[in-house]
Design a protein around this ligand. Structure first.
Ligand SMILES: Nc1ncnc2c1ncn2[C@@H]1O[C@H](COP(=O)(O)OP(=O)(O)OP(=O)(O)O)[C@@H](O)[C@H]1O
Ligand SMILES: [Mg+2]
Length: 519
């Protein structure tokens, strides 16, 4: 029943209730994406668990979010329970072995897993605007902020860096508007207030360094199994937009970082989007289009994306059309919207003459689903009514003590647990800014006189505070040019921005489809 190159999902049955055949997901089609849907309590999380187990055993790293805490048991050995043994027997899974899986726990808040962070620079303007639910005017200003920072090689690490840049933009709005496009002071102010709200909601934890390295979610063990990264998302779910934006950022990073591989024998990584409706809820059209584009293109980088959600209507049609491997659990059909969902779900399957899809969807039992996967040359298999296999790892959550034990021996233990303190961030900023300034300094000597940004504007990044007393006590206007060491590093960086722009020396960072940095 367990075959090479295939991941066993469960066993289908005929209308007379006899076993039909084992149902598989072929690893070589694992990057052709998937969809797991069903009403609450119908078995979606368990399906996600057995798929993650299968991929891990096949050597494919997995990333998934644990929305209710009940997926964490995947890191612990399964335990014999009557209903699990019964299911194993029903489907002819023999022997039914238990197993624990190599799990890396992650948590934006650093409580139930290793910290996950990124920098403002790496997230980019599109996703940041989404995170802030920015208006068009605000998004325009955010775009300009990134343009200024990107062109100057000025890293924005955390929310405070962005605040500082916005201060600078507010103070110099008219001068900068000439160069970069209109900057409305009112929009700058409203973004700053939004950032404060974000900060209070916990986003402050998420921005900073050390930023997550994508290679750390693509690890395999010595015995050739794929690590399963489990993101603790119960607390995160209280801020659905942060949750959605974070997952999109991950997708975007994967897309920008990974090389093209075409169609590999098995995926390089499988990425599960639980509560997928949160990605798309009131998302602007352009964002949905970009997501659709990334999902389409990331396949050839060997990444399989699996959306898990209650209702297939939660996923935009253009995305839905790309999801090749499908597990449809039971749906209710009381309201017109529910009936429409049933119809949509039924219509997307290649029909099976033995039964009517729409009828069966409302009759499926717990842990039972309509399954269709890609086969042959990549066409969908005929839909089958399938009893999903029971998991080999523990069903339900693990204890806090077990979680701590796993985190202690994790391959990333100690790498992300501490914030870089201010001083470290300062060094990074200093080094990068100095390099930028140095590069620009030589060719800018000639035209330096005319190109100074408006004098008297002091722009100080966090960590440069020691410059402040001197700057404010000394008269500012007639400062002699004795080199940038007398200025704040940030000021030097800003000048280098001005010079770079003036001389169109293309140092600008390049951003990809979802606005992440190209690398
Ligand atoms: N394949 C399976 N084998 C045995 N039992 C299962 C299976 N799938 C689901 N179950 C049983 O059904 C329960 C609910 O399943 P699950 O938690 O996966 O539902 P869900 O669709 O994720 O629900 P929710 O929408 O509330 O998150 C499980 O705790 C388990 O007892
Ligand atoms: Mg669930």
């Amino acid at each position: 029943m367990l075959q090479d190159g295939k991941l066993y999902i469960g066993t289908s049955r005929k209308p007379d209730d006899t076993n039909d055949k084992p149902e598989y997901l072929e690893l070589k089609f694992g990057n052709r994406h998937g969809l797991v849907t069903g009403a609450t309590g119908t078995g979606k999380t368990v399906t996600l668990q057995i798929l993650a187990e299968g991929f891990s055993n096949a050597g494919v790293p997995v990333f998934c979010a644990d929305v209710k805490g009940d997926l964490s048991g995947i890191g612990a050995m399964g335990e014999a329970k009557d209903f699990l043994e019964k299911r194993a027997q029903q489907i002819g899974l023999e022997p039914y072995d238990f197993q624990e899986f190599p799990v890396i726990f992650w948590d934006l808040f650093g409580e139930k897993g290793h910290r996950v962070r990124t920098t403002i620079s790496e997230m980019g303007p599109l996703l940041l605007s989404r995170l802030m639910n920015a208006t068009d005017a605000q998004e325009g200003v955010i775009n300009i902020a990134f343009k200024i920072a990107d062109q100057g090689g000025l890293p924005l690490l955390d929310l405070k860096d962005l605040q500082a840049l916005l201060n600078y933009m507010g103070e110099n709005a008219s001068a900068l508007s000439n160069q970069f496009g209109f900057i409305s002071k009112a929009s700058v102010g409203s973004i700053q207030r939004e950032l404060l709200i974000l900060e209070q909601q916990g986003a402050v934890q998420f921005f900073g360094e050390p930023a997550l390295k994508i290679s750390d979610i693509m690890r395999t063990t010595n015995d050739g199994r794929g690590a399963i990264s489990v993101l603790a998302a119960d607390k995160l779910m209280m801020n659905p937009r942060l949750y959605g934006t974070f997952l999109l950022w991950m997708l975007s990073e994967l897309f920008e970082v990974l090389p093209e591989v075409g169609d590999p024998e098995k995926p390089k990584l499988v990425f599960f989007f639980d509560e997928a409706h949160l990605l798309f809820n009131d998302a602007p059209k352009v964002l949905i289009e970009r997501v659709e584009q990334v999902v389409r293109l990331i396949r050839s980088k060997g990444v399989g994306v699996y959306f898990v959600t209650q209702n297939p209507l939660d996923v935009p049609e253009t995305v839905l059309a790309q999801l090749g491997n499908r597990v449809q659990h039971a749906l209710r059909a009381y309201t017109p919207r529910e009936q429409k969902a049933v119809k949509t779900a039924a219509d997307t399957f290649r029909p099976n003459p033995d039964f009517d899809c729409a009828t069966v969807i409302t009759q499926l039992g717990t842990g039972e689903a309509l399954v269709s996967t890609l086969e042959g040359k990549g066409a969908p298999s005929m839909v089958e009514r399938t009893l999903i296999r029971p998991p080999a790892s523990r069903l339900g959550p693990i204890s806090d003590a077990e979680r701590q034990d796993i985190m202690k021996v994790s391959p990333v233990a100690g790498l992300y647990d501490e914030d870089f303190d201010r001083e470290s961030a300062y060094e990074i900023l200093m080094a990068r800014a100095k390099k930028a300034a140095d590069a620009a300094a030589q060719q800018a000597e000639a035209d330096q006189a005319g190109q100074q940004p408006s004098g008297g504007s002091r722009w100080t990044l966090p960590g440069f505070g020691d410059e402040e007393p001197a700057a404010s006590s000394a008269p500012k206007q007639a400062k002699p040019r004795t080199g940038y060491q007398r200025e704040t590093v940030a000021e030097a960086a800003m000048k280098s921005v001005a010079r770079t722009v003036a001389s169109s020396l293309g140092r600008a960072l390049v951003r990809g489809i979802l606005g992440s940095l190209r690398r």
